[in-house]
Structure formats: C-alpha cells, structure tokens
Write a protein that binds this ligand. Structure first.
Ligand code: AHR
Length: 373
C-alpha cells in the first residue's frame, strides 16, 4: 500500500527559515537551538515556534535533558553526506489513519516534505507488522534513499535494517523505537517519554479521585513499548503516591474507539461502581464515554484520564466527561526532516530526541483547545 507524492522544489521552500537546528556538543544531549541560535528556554521555545510560523504553538519541542547524550553523523554511520532536497524520502506509517494521532502524524510528514521541496513516497501498514516490513522494503525498491519509519513494534526489523545498511539508506524512527544499535542500524529515534506520560496520567487520576477508589486500565495494543511504558509509569506512581487507589481491571482496547467501548461495556458489567478509567489513548477513552453514557452514567460519575490530545477528547473535558488528557504530540514532520537534513549535511544528531508534551484538564481545556489535533 504505497502512495506517491512528488513535491517540486520551489525557491520559497528552499529559502524558508530553518526551524530548529539539531546538533550536539560532544558530550551533550541532543540540543535544541532556535533559529536565533539561543539555547532554548521557555522564551526561546516561543520564539522558535513563532519563527516557524507556528502561531498556535503546536510544534513539537525537544526536552534537552531527557534526550540523552549520544550522537550520530554521516561519517560514523558510513554514509556519504548528502543534500536532503536531492533525495527521495520514504515514510512508513504503522496504524490506520482513522485515529487523529495517525492522521496528524502522516500529514505533518507530508507538509514538511512539501515545505522543503522533498520528494516523498508513503505507505500505511494498517496495524499489520509483516505488512509494514514489506512496505518498507517496497519503499526501498521504489528508490527511497532516506527512511522515516513510525514502527508498529520495536522488534523484528532485521531484514529491513540489513537491506537499508547495504544500500546506505539512513533510517529515522518516530513515535516508537526500533530495537537496534544507534548509528549502525538507525540514525535517531524521535518521540515522547511514554513512562512519564503514564506517571502524569496517574497524577491526574490521583487528583480526580482524591487519592481513593477503584480504577480500570484500558491498555493499548499488546506487543509495543507504548502500552508497557504507559502502564509501568502509571502503576509506579499510583503505588508510590496513592495506596488508596486499587487497580481492579486491565484489558486491551487495542488503541481503538470500538475496542475502548466494548471493553468498557464488559467493565461496567463486572464493576458497575468503578471510580476511574485510565485509557491509554483518547480513542479508547472516547469509546469508554460512549459505553458509560449508554449505561446511564453522567459526566463526572467516572473519572476518566486519557493520553494523546485529540480535539474530540479535549472537547470531552469541556463537557465534563473526561477529567484530563496527557498529550502525545504526533507532529513529527519538522523535527524528523530537520534531523535528516542535519545528518545529511554531516552534522551530529542526537540518537534519542525526546519531546515534551502538554496536559489538558478542566482548568485549561477551553483555552488550550487550539493545540489539540
Ligand atoms: O504510539 C502512539 C500511540 O499510538 C498513540 O497514543 C495512539 O493513539 C496510537 O495508536
């Protein structure tokens, strides 16, 4: 399932201001320097976003401290430096674009390729891992010279890694990692800290329930680090901070709205008085709202905390159904292409670039809605 998008280079695209420069000092963490060249503090983040035309402040922002210290450059990777605008980039999406997270992620990659005048070919594996492996192999056979991959799972990539290495094709992974050796198998991983998202969801749940109650977890799809990390961070924080909260139910809703709804319908049968639901993405949380509504519950009867930051979920905060949303920002285009361009230019790029995520609750949902996707 490969789509083609050819974007012709225009002078405007080439002369546009660089948004964020990814380079690192020898010891340093992957850095974030705004176009001004200043170290990126809060004011600089705003300045950088404004320089990028990001008036809504929606762009991803690197967390310098969390990003780790290793770097990779073309020479270390054994690849000749290149100009990204001369290259064909292949993007492999893992999950169906029915989830706003995936719609926004893919669109962000397409928009950035178009802005930079880079030719892009894309594929979507519809949550089928073997399909994703063959998708990426197809992208390479169609001439992709740089790969941006949003992997479904982290293991099982050896055939792709071997083929890419043989063809001197650099790989950047976004959102979820690929297990391998940095700067040998891939250039960089760009994504959120999912364990921290789980901790922050727990903080919100503790607040909503006043530290006491019975909580259900709607787990994401099995077999990927997002689900395990969002679970471990949540449990760790609840255990440490809220002994009065008991986790009484955990079941996968597969990161889908239908899954969240049907699992919550089962939950209501066995635990009709459940106090809280932690849904590991917004789509499952919205499915939970439908199930609770159908069972005669009112907004606020069950404290729901979710992860992602979709418009629909943030609107449910305004309506009182969802208590809080921890953001997972899918707008990877600018950072991914900036990293690829910097790598191509022979610069050092951090091998682990971790972004910061915002949070929505009843106090800010209405005002912050423009940041949602
Ligand atoms: O990997 C990120 C997760 O994948 C998002 O939270 C979710 O919506 C998607 O399915």
């Amino acid at each position: 399932m490969i789509e083609h998008h050819t974007h012709h280079t225009g002078a405007g695209a080439l002369s546009r201001p660089r948004r964020v420069l990814l380079a690192t000092a020898a010891v340093g963490a992957a850095l974030t320097l705004a176009a001004t060249g200043c170290a990126r503090g809060e004011d600089d983040v705003a300045a950088g976003n404004a320089a990028a035309g990001d008036t809504e402040g929606q762009a991803q922002v690197l967390d310098e401290a969390a990003s780790g210290g290793e770097t990779c450059n073309a020479q270390d990777h054994g690849i000749e430096p290149f100009d990204l605008t001369d290259k064909k980039v292949g993007f492999s999406q893992s999950e169906a674009e029915s989830n706003p997270f995936r719609i926004t992620e893919t669109q962000s990659i397409k928009d950035e390729a178009a802005d930079r005048g880079v030719e892009l070919i894309t594929s979507n594996a519809q949550s089928d891992f073997s399909q994703q492996i063959s998708d990426v192999q197809d992208l390479m056979s169609q001439g992709a010279e740089v790969l941006i991959i949003a992997p479904l799972n982290s293991d099982g990539w050896k055939p792709v890694l071997d083929q890419a290495r043989a063809g001197a094709i650099p790989i950047l992974t976004i959102d979820r990692p690929i297990n391998g050796t940095a700067c040998e198998d891939y250039v960089t991983f760009i994504g959120s800290d999912f364990v921290e998202q789980g901790r922050r969801a727990a903080d919100q749940m503790i607040d909503v329930l006043g530290g006491e109650g019975e909580v259900a977890i709607l787990l994401g799809a099995p077999g990927n680090n997002v689900t395990t990390d969002r679970t471990s961070g949540f449990l760790e924080r609840i255990e440490a901070e809220a002994p009065g909260i008991e986790i009484v139910f955990q079941q996968s809703g597969d990161f889908t709205r239908e899954g969240g709804q049907s699992v919550t319908e089962q939950l209501i049968q066995s635990q009709p008085d459940i106090s809280g639901i932690y849904a590991q993405n917004d789509e499952m949380g919205i499915g939970a709202v439908t199930a609770l509504n159908g069972a005669g519950k009112a907004p606020g009867d069950v404290g729901i905390v979710t992860v992602d930051g979709t418009q629909a979920a943030v609107e449910y905060i305004v309506d009182g159904w969802i208590a809080a949303v921890v953001e997972s920002n899918p707008r990877f285009g600018p950072l991914a292409f900036e990293a690829a361009a910097a790598f191509g230019a022979g610069e050092d790029v951090g091998t682990q670039l971790i972004i910061t995520d915002r949070e929505y609750d009843a106090d800010n949902a209405e005002e912050e809605l423009p940041h949602a996707y």
